[in-house]
Design a protein around this ligand. Structure first.
Ligand code: PMT
Length: 402
């Protein structure tokens, strides 16, 4: 997390400037305070208004503005931050930084600062590969400037190669590393499913279950808090999106499967969703009409998302974790489910009506892995999530050492 950290974000002129808006959003979700300098070139791509709405602060751009100097001089602006981040960093601003040119507010702040600087270059592939840019990058690196990206890929100009600005979550991870706030799962990717699925009977009716999403959402939140790049694929729930988590909202099991498979590869996948085992075959396109005879619903089996992830040939996550929702012989059935689905760990929980697990605030877990079963005390779903994530972090760290 970046609670209380002050970031001075410098947005220079490039097509990737639009990603700076998302960067501000993600930084603020993590508790950072963000001040922004928008260069003249940057303002060609995004408006000061959108940046200001997201930072909830004024946007700084004019070196000679008397108001700025009265309220906050450029020296103070650059030193009041814990870190200066230039994203996107154009070839031009990198060259000015290298040469010590200070001809606008952004470059002046960069020259005047005594704080660490991180840059996320973004430019055309030829400009990136040009000897001048490579020399500048080398010199900035020698001076201790931290560089994240650029990534390889298709570019807005139609060319292909290195030059695309690093993804927002990569920049966040780099910021956390630079500020020493990186969590135990920094640099890891986590996929979590949560909530129920809705399986249509007709265009207006559906089959569902009592999952509220509280357990799955808490797990996604705990992964993000530990620094993992986290994707939550959620069925219909009435919860807020957890902070720092990318959320894909789906309705049916088949939609959930598609979103999960598209998210691979990840380091760890957790199936906390209560996926409907069956769906209605041949869903009519019109609402079923009430007639003398009752309608007959024919069910067919839904795909098993957890099993498909666990048995994925090319992109099986290093750790696949499922839940087992049981109403009797919880540990025994959990053990059998772990085998059947091919996952590494199963969190078996009692979902009988008297347990209050569905929709409730607490849960009681028996964790089953290849070495046996361990039962945790009754905990809040958030505490279950934190305990699980700590265990995942220990497991992945010990695996990396082997
Ligand atoms: O959402 P809450 O109100 O907080 O409640 C939490 C919970 C009870 C839903 C949660 O703790 C839980 O147990 N989730 C799994 C529910 C479930 O569907 O269990 P299952 O035993 O039917 O399935 C076993 C595993 O296979 C689960 O990881 C499930 O996500 C997965 N599965 C099941 C069927 C299917 N077609 N695809 C799947 O991926």
């Amino acid at each position: 997390m970046l609670q209380g950290k002050r970031i001075l974000l410098i947005v220079s002129g490039g097509i990737a400037a639009y990603k700076a808006l998302e960067l501000v959003r993600r930084l603020r979700e993590r508790g950072a305070e963000v001040r922004a300098i928008l260069t003249k070139g940057g303002a060609e791509f995004i408006t000061p208004l959108s940046l200001s709405a997201l930072t909830e602060d004024r946007v700084y751009s004019d070196l000679f503005s008397l108001t700025d100097e009265a309220e906050m001089g450029h020296i103070q602006l650059s030193r009041a931050a814990d870190l200066l981040v230039v994203a996107p960093a154009t070839a031009d601003i990198l060259a000015k930084m290298t040469a010590g040119i200070a001809d606008d507010l952004a470059t002046t702040a960069l020259l005047a600062t005594d704080k660490p600087v991180l840059v996320a270059p973004a430019m055309n592939v030829r400009m990136w590969q040009h000897a001048a840019t490579q020399e500048n990058i080398g010199r900035l690196r020698e001076r201790g400037v931290h560089i994240v990206g650029p990534n390889k890929g298709p570019m807005a100009c139609g060319e292909f190669g290195p030059g695309r600005m690093a993804e927002v979550m990569e920049i966040i991870a780099a910021i956390e590393r630079r500020l020493g706030t990186a969590g135990a799962l920094a640099g890891r990717k986590a996929l979590v499913t949560s909530g129920p699925t809705h399986e249509p009977i007709d265009p207006v009716r559906y089959i569902a279950n009592r999952s509220s999403g509280r357990q799955g959402h808490a797990i996604a939140e705990a992964f993000a808090a530990a620094g993992a790049e986290t994707l939550l694929v959620s069925g219909p729930v009435s919860l807020d999106d957890p902070p720092g988590v990318r959320v894909i909202k789906v309705e049916s099991a088949r939609e959930m499967l598609e979103a999960c498979l598209a998210a691979l590869p990840v380091d760890v996948a957790v199936g906390a969703a209560a996926v409907a085992d069956w769906r209605v075959a041949g869903v009519p396109t019109q609402k079923l009409k009430k007639k003398a005879e009752l309608p007959e619903l024919k069910l067919e089996e839904n795909p098993d998302i957890l099993a498909q992830i666990a048995r994925h040939r090319e992109a099986r996550p290093r750790l696949v974790i499922g839940f087992a929702a049981e109403t009797e012989r919880v540990a025994e059935q959990g053990r059998a489910k772990r085998q059947r689905k091919g996952c590494d760990w199963i969190l078996a929980n009692d979902v009988s009506a008297e347990s209050g697990t569905f929709g409730g605030a607490d849960n009681e877990i028996t964790l089953i892995d290849d070495s046996g079963a361990e039962t945790w005390p009754r905990l809040s779903k958030h505490a279950v999530a934190r305990r699980l994530v700590e265990r995942v972090a220990r497991h992945l760290a010990s695996e990396s050492k082997r």
